[in-house]
Design a binder for this molecule. Structure first.
Ligand code: BGP
Length: 486
C-alpha cells in the first residue's frame, strides 16, 4: 500500500520577503568612493513597449561621461536607499519579512572593477545594511551582480566579452565571501543570467553596432565567461563559508504552443530549452546537447580554456532562483534568431490579461514552471522576483488603493502553494520591488511595484517620502499567517 502525506501549505521556515537591486534602489551613485556603473549610463528605452532592455552604447557612455553630474535618471537610479536604509528596512520588518533580497554594487567595492584594494567605505555600507536586517531577524539574500558592472571594465575590456573580467569578478566575490562570512547565508551570482543574450546592460558588453550573428557570437562568449566565473565563485563560497548557500538566477519565461499542431509544440519545446539552458549549465554542470545543435545552426563557436568544462562540472549551484512575471506563446513560424536578440514576447495569449506594459499575467504558469523545474533539477527552488508594475495613484488622504497588485500577488502565491502540494521544494518568495524603485527596462519611476510608495517622479523630482499602500497591510497578514490567509 503506498500513501505518502502531501505537504499542506507553506513550510514553516518559508522565506517570505521582497527583492531589490542596487542600481534601481540605492541612489548614492557618486558618494563614498563608488565608481560609475553601466546602469548609470544606459540609453533609456524609447517607449514602454520597448522591452529592448536598456543598452550601454558608445553614445550613451559618451553622453554620461560628458555630463557625469547629470541627474537625468531619477536621482541617478534609485530612491536613496543609501541614506534611508534604516527607515526602509524597519518598514520591511513591520511587514514581518523573513528575507530581503538586495544586490551589492560591484563599483562600491572596486570602483574600477579591478582596483588593487577594495573600497572600505563600500564594504562598510553593506556591513550596516546586513546588521540592520539581522536586527529584525531578516535574512539578507544577496545578488552579487544585478544588471550592472563597473563602467571602467566596459571601457577597458568590454566587460564580460573579455575573459579577464573573470579574474576581476573572482577578486570581488572572494572579498565579499570573506567580509560577510556568517552574515550572509544566501548568495546568488548573476541576476537573470539569460538577459546577457538579450544584450542587456548588466553584461557590460557593448555590441550595439554588430550584426545579429556577430552579437550572438559575442554574447554567448560573454555568457561562457559568466558561467565559468559563476562556477568558480561557487567553489570559493563553499571553501570560505561552508554554511552559506549559493545559487544561480534565471528570468523564467514559460512558453505555450499557439496550437496543438506538433510543429507549434516543438517550437515551444525549443523556446523552453533556450530558457532553461542557463540553469542546465549552472545546476547540471555542462552544456546540454541541444545547444550544440543550436550553436552549429547559428554559427556560434565558443572559445574555452581546457579546464572550463571541469570547472563547470565540479561546481553546480546549491539552489536555483528565478524571476517570474509572465508567460508567452510561440509557433512554428517564430524566427529562432530572436532567441538571441532580446526577450521573446511571442504572440498574445487570448486566455490571459495583459499589464499596462504589455506583460501577460499568468499565475498558473508559475505552478507549471515550478513543477517543470523541480522535475528537471531536483534541487531547492526560490522565486526571487514576481510582481505587478503599475501606475499607482495617491489619494488626497495619502492612501494608495493598489487592489490590482494584491490580486496579482494573491493569485501567484496561491499557485505556489499548489506547487508545494504537488511536491515542489520551494525555499521562499521575494516579490519584486517591495519599495517603489527604478524600472530596469524603461528607467521609469512611474512603473511602481512596491508595498511602499516613494514620492519621486520620472524626472527625479519629489520628497522621497515613503507611504504604506493597501498591499503593505495585506502582505503583512499573508506573512503572519504563513500564506494560509490570502
Ligand atoms: C527583472 C529584473 C529586475 C526588475 C524586474 C522588473 O528583469 O531582474 O531588476 O527590473 O525585471 O522589470 P522592470 O523594472 O523593467 O519593470
Amino acid at each position: 500500500m503506498y500513501s505518502k502525506q502531501i505537504p499542506t501549505g507553506f513550510p514553516k521556515n518559508f522565506l517570505w520577503g521582497g527583492a531589490t537591486a542596487a542600481n534601481q534602489l540605492e541612489g548614492g551613485w557618486n558618494v563614498d568612493g563608488k565608481g560609475l556603473t553601466t546602469a548609470e549610463v544606459v540609453k533609456k528605452a524609447e517607449t514602454r513597449e520597448d522591452f529592448s532592455m536598456n543598452q550601454v552604447t558608445t553614445e550613451s557612455i559618451a553622453q554620461a561621461a560628458a555630463d557625469p553630474t547629470d541627474n537625468a535618471y531619477p536621482k541617478r537610479r534609485g530612491v536613496d536607499f543609501y541614506h534611508h536604509y534604516q527607515e526602509d528596512i524597519a518598514m520591511l520588518a513591520e511587514m514581518g519579512f523573513k528575507a530581503f533580497r538586495l544586490s551589492i554594487a560591484w563599483a562600491r567595492i572596486f570602483p574600477n572593477g579591478d582596483d588593487a584594494t577594495p573600497n572600505e567605505a563600500g564594504l562598510a555600507f553593506y556591513d550596516k545594511v546586513f546588521a540592520e536586517c539581522h536586527k529584525y531577524g531578516i535574512e539578507p539574500v544577496v545578488t552579487i551582480s544585478h544588471y550592472e558592472m563597473p563602467l571602467a571594465l566596459t571601457q577597458k575590456q568590454n566587460g564580460w566579452a573579455s575573459r579577464q573580467t573573470i579574474t576581476a569578478f573572482l577578486r570581488y566575490t572572494e572579498t565579499l565571501f570573506k567580509r560577510y562570512k556568517g552574515v550572509v547565508k544566501y548568495w546568488m551570482t548573476f541576476n537573470e543570467i539569460n538577459a546577457i543574450t538579450g544584450g542587456f546592460t548588466g553584461t557590460g558588453a557593448v555590441d550595439a553596432d554588430l550584426s545579429l550573428n556577430e552579437k550572438a557570437q559575442l554574447r554567448f562568449q560573454a555568457l561562457h565567461h559568466q558561467f565559468v566565473a559563476s562556477a568558480k565563485a561557487v567553489a570559493q563560497c563553499h571553501a570560505i563559508d561552508p554554511n552559506a548557500k549559493i545559487g544561480c538566477m534565471l528570468a523564467r519565461m514559460q512558453t505555450y504552443p499557439q496550437t496543438p499542431n506538433p510543429e507549434d509544440v516543438r517550437a515551444a519545446q525549443l523556446s523552453d530549452q533556450l530558457n532553461l539552458f542557463y540553469t542546465d549549465v549552472q545546476a547540471r554542470g555542462e552544456y546540454p546537447e541541444y545547444m550544440n545543435r543550436y550553436f552549429q545552426e547559428n554559427h556560434i563557436t565558443l572559445q574555452m580554456d581546457p579546464n572550463d568544462e571541469k570547472v563547470l562540472r565540479e561546481n553546480p549551484v546549491d539552489y536555483i532562483s528565478f524571476s517570474y512575471y509572465m508567460s508567452t506563446v510561440t509557433n512554428a513560424d517564430q524566427d529562432v534568431e530572436h532567441f538571441h536578440d532580446g526577450f521573446v514576447f511571442g504572440e498574445k495569449n487570448p486566455y490571459l490579461q495583459t499589464s499596462a506594459w504589455g506583460w501577460q499575467i499568468d499565475p498558473v504558469g508559475l505552478r507549471i514552471s515550478l513543477n517543470d523545474m523541480w522535475d528537471r533539477y531536483r534541487i531547492p527552488l526560490f522565486v526571487v522576483e514576481n510582481g505587478l508594475g503599475a501606475e499607482d495613484k495617491v489619494t488626497s488622504d495619502g492612501k494608495i488603493h493598489d487592489d490590482y497588485r494584491i490580486d496579482y500577488l494573491r493569485a501567484h502565491i496561491a499557485q505556489m502553494r499548489e506547487a508545494i502540494e504537488d511536491g515542489v521544494q520551494l525555499m521562499g518568495y521575494t516579490t519584486w520591488g517591495p519599495i517603489d524603485l527604478i524600472s530596469a527596462s524603461t528607467s521609469e519611476m512611474s512603473k511602481r511595484y512596491g508595498f511602499i510608495y516613494v514620492d519621486q517622479d520620472d524626472a527625479g523630482n519629489g520628497s522621497l517620502r515613503r507611504l504604506r499602500k493597501d498591499s503593505f497591510y495585506w502582505y503583512k497578514h499573508v506573512i503572519a499567517t504563513n500564506g494560509a490567509e490570502l
